[in-house]
Ligand binder design. Structure first.
Ligand code: NAD
Length: 418
């Protein structure tokens, strides 16, 4: 069967879910209950933008999909990317439901985004676009309803605009959004939490595989928030980051790239283009590099049937959401490659977001070391639960992780009685 890539996130998601549903012997009604979104909102946002020496009006589409809130308010990121469309957001919203359930925090799942290439807008235009998105979505957001967070191409500044716009009509409500700047009620350690969590989960997986993290060769695809902080942490833990990349291409250095220098360069220039810390390679070649661990930290579907067979790593840690298509997933597992699923690997971010939300509600500051320790405790419990179920039921880690999450969500639905 030829694999469809790009617009098939939801199909992938359904297939992964199906495997867990089979293990749990659920019926068709229960499956339908788990698949359907609670609410899907799309809005049109007209914006005056500069076009050469004149102004034109462009209209952007924004989405918020709220998948399930049986276990708590909807929670999930907001991404700005030209490929954003309803199928992708729907799949990512569902993924959030399973992620929050797996790490056992009191949230459901949601996701949102605007179909826009933010690099084509000025800072002022981006701010106006964000504020108009909030104005139109305001009725479905709320500190006990739905709490957005950063994702691809959104950052603490975007979260600050969301907080400000929402607060105009709702009073000062910092808990309406997480991933805010520290000055506005942000959490110490939230910015790096997803990447640091990826590094922690990588260390747990390597330990279980009897492989040393110190000296391990690691390749990371994507050098944004998640990829760069994962790289910084893993290098500090003694690993050699032999390959990194962003949308413009990759770099390879067999002895390990200087990640501190690369991160500083990317922060100052917006990317890795022009950084000379290794041999320049394509993104395709990056995935084929000899290494112990491969960490996809960019977008969905980058490891697919076209790229899967070149992967040489023994362990793949899904820092991005849905980076492996279901067909590639099956082939990789048949080759004995261990895959740590996204809902476990990158859950550090949403755990820290939960702490930020609690901090905002209590109006009480959390210290960085407390955030880090508590995040690792949540991750360690989820890792242990997933890996022991995988062993006991003789299933892969993704199926086991979904089994844990789906059971918890179903139980909450049953208890609440809707
Ligand atoms: P980001 O926008 O900060 O970074 C994305 C990076 O990927 C950039 O370096 C970009 O250049 C690169 N990239 C884009 N297309 C690429 C391609 N085709 N090949 C190689 N690199 C490419 O985004 P982020 O917040 O780091 O998110 C990355 C992934 O992690 C996404 O899947 C996101 O959903 C997931 N995630 C993010 C968080 C979070 O807290 N930010 C939490 C959980 C999961």
């Amino acid at each position: 069967m030829k694999e469809k890539i790009g617009c098939c996130c939801y199909d992938n998601q359904t297939i992964f879910l199906d495997q867990a549903i089979k293990q749990l012997n659920l019926n068709a009604d229960q499956k339908q209950l788990l698949l359907q979104s609670f609410r899907e909102v799309s809005v049109q946002i007209p914006l005056k933008v500069e076009h050469g020496d004149k102004e034109i009006i462009r209209t952007f589409t924004g989405y918020r999909v709220q998948h399930n809130h049986a276990r708590g308010p909807f929670k999930g990121g907001l991404r700005f990317h030209p490929n954003v469309q309803i199928d992708e957001i729907r799949a990512l919203a569902q993924l959030m439901t399973w992620k929050t359930a797996l790490v056992d925090i009191p949230f459901g799942g949601a996701k949102g985004g605007i179909s826009v290439d933010p690099s084509t807008l000025s800072q002022q235009e981006l701010e106006t676009l964000t504020r108009r998105f909030v104005q139109k979505m305001e009725p479905v957001l709320g500190v006990n309803e739905d709490i957005p967070a950063p994702d691809v191409n959104t950052n603490p500044q975007v979260m600050a605009w969301i907080f400000d716009e929402y607060s105009k009509t709702n009073g000062n409500v910092p808990g309406i959004v997480t991933g805010k700047p520290l000055e506005l009620g942000g959490l110490k350690g939230r910015l790096e939490a997803t990447g640091y969590g990826v590094a922690y989960i990588t260390s747990l997986a390597l330990e279980q595989m009897n492989m040393a993290l110190k000296g391990a060769k690691i390749v990371i695809q994507g050098f944004g928030n998640v990829g760069s902080y994962a790289a910084l942490r893993l290098q500090a833990m003694g690993a050699h980051i032999v390959g990194i990349s962003d949308k413009d291409g990759g770099l390879f250095h067999p002895q390990g790239i200087d990640i501190v220098a690369a991160a500083k360069f990317a922060q100052e220039t917006g990317g890795l283009k022009g950084f000379f810390g290794g041999e320049k390679i394509s993104n395709e070649k990056l995935l084929a590099l000899p290494c112990d661990v491969l960490i996809p930290a960019a977008l969905e579907g980058t490891i697919n049937c076209d790229t899967e067979e070149k992967v040489q790593a023994q362990l793949i840690v899904e820092a991005a959401n849905m980076p492996i298509t279901h067909m590639a997933d099956e082939k990789l597992r048949k080759r004995g490659i261990i895959i740590i699923p996204d809902i476990l690997a990158n859950a550090g971010g949403v755990i820290a977001s939960y702490f930020e939300w609690v901090q905002n509600i209590q109006r009480f500051d959390w210290e960085r070391n407390v955030v880090q320790t508590r995040m690792e405790e949540h991750l360690a419990r989820a890792y242990e639960k997933t890996s022991s179920l995988a062993k006991q039921a003789d299933v892969d880690l993704r199926t086991a992780a979904y089994q844990v999450s789906v059971s918890r969500v179903l139980r909450a639905i049953e208890l609440r009685g809707f």
